[in-house]
Write a protein that binds this ligand. Structure first.
Ligand SMILES: CC(C)(COP(=O)(O)OP(=O)(O)OC[C@H]1O[C@@H](n2cnc3c(N)ncnc32)[C@H](O)[C@@H]1OP(=O)(O)O)[C@@H](O)C(=O)NCCC(=O)NCCS
Length: 240
């Protein structure tokens, strides 16, 4: 596979319900231990498929076999490639929800991704927004017509989570320390520390009924969407 340029990021969308068993054998012992902690078989299967798929995709960039890759985890759990693969400067992030996985890959710039189904049950949307979103986001959400609020809520939520996942903090960092747009175009409007111009934020609609976002700690990065099925990934390269 061609070397990924620093001004481009790839987002892979994968249907976790398809042909997952071929990838399972590439997982490491610690990944199997995590898989075995899931109570529901469906969640376990999705975790295994997402991890196997992540390995298959990263192996394409590294030109190695998926089972050879090793990961290490940041302070708040963000996975990254471990030695010797870390020398490549390849960065990645993963999100999975309701059978769909998105895997984002970039070169040198930290990256974060999030996806949610619009049908996801949330309690009182406005109460959650008031409690967790920045005040400006909450006000803009409330000003929208009722029928537009659900979509705007999830656009806002996925943009915020993608940004925090790029930072590696996840939800340990306050969601009020930065502000994003709620409309079709994803924009980082304000951050407490740093410069919004140093970031790329892009809206994603990877499948019908889902919204997502990818955040990259680099300016003007072009995001290319790659849709792939697991079977193709496995057949292109030996799995182990
Ligand atoms: C990272 C976090 C935002 C994920 O949220 P989510 O919507 O439930 O899940 P997503 O599917 O979008 O993302 C999960 C993936 O993000 C990645 N991830 C985990 N921690 C991460 C972090 N701190 N930053 C970026 N990515 C992270 C992993 O690849 C994970 O998938 P995996 O567990 O299958 O390997 C959330 O777990 C979080 O805030 N964690 C912060 C630390 C924390 O609270 N840890 C609890 C320890 S008990």
């Amino acid at each position: 596979m061609d070397r990924l340029r620093t001004d481009t990021a790839h987002v892979w969308a994968v249907d976790l319900e398809r042909e997952t068993h071929m990838l399972a054998e590439t997982l490491s012992e610690d990944e199997w231990m995590r898989a075995d902690r899931f109570v529901f078989e469906k969640h376990r299967a999705h975790f295994v498929a997402a991890r196997g798929c992540l390995r298959a995709i990263l192996a394409k960039y590294m030109d190695c076999k998926p089972g050879e890759l090793a990961f290490f985890y940041g302070e708040h759990g963000k996975p990254a490639l471990a030695s010797p693969w870390d020398k490549s400067q390849l960065r990645f992030n993963l999100s999975h929800s309701a059978g769909l996985a998105l895997i984002a890959v970039s070169m040198r710039h930290e990256i974060g991704i999030d996806v949610e189904p619009l049908s996801r049950k949330v309690g009182q949307m406005k109460d959650i927004a008031k409690r967790f979103f920045a005040p400006g986001e909450y006000e803009r959400l409330c000003a929208l017509p009722r029928e537009e609020q659900r979509r705007a809520f999830f656009c806002c939520w996925t943009r915020k989570e993608a940004y925090l996942k790029a930072m590696g903090t996840g939800l340990t960092h306050s969601l009020k320390n930065f502000e994003v747009s709620l409309g079709r175009k994803a924009e980082l409007l304000w951050i407490k520390e740093g410069n919004i111009k140093d970031w790329t934020l892009q809206h994603l609609e990877p499948a019908k009924g889902y919204v997502g976002a990818v955040a990259i700690a680099g300016k003007d990065v072009e995001v290319k969407i790659v849709k792939h099925f697991l079977r193709d990934l496995c057949l292109n390269k030996g799995v182990n």
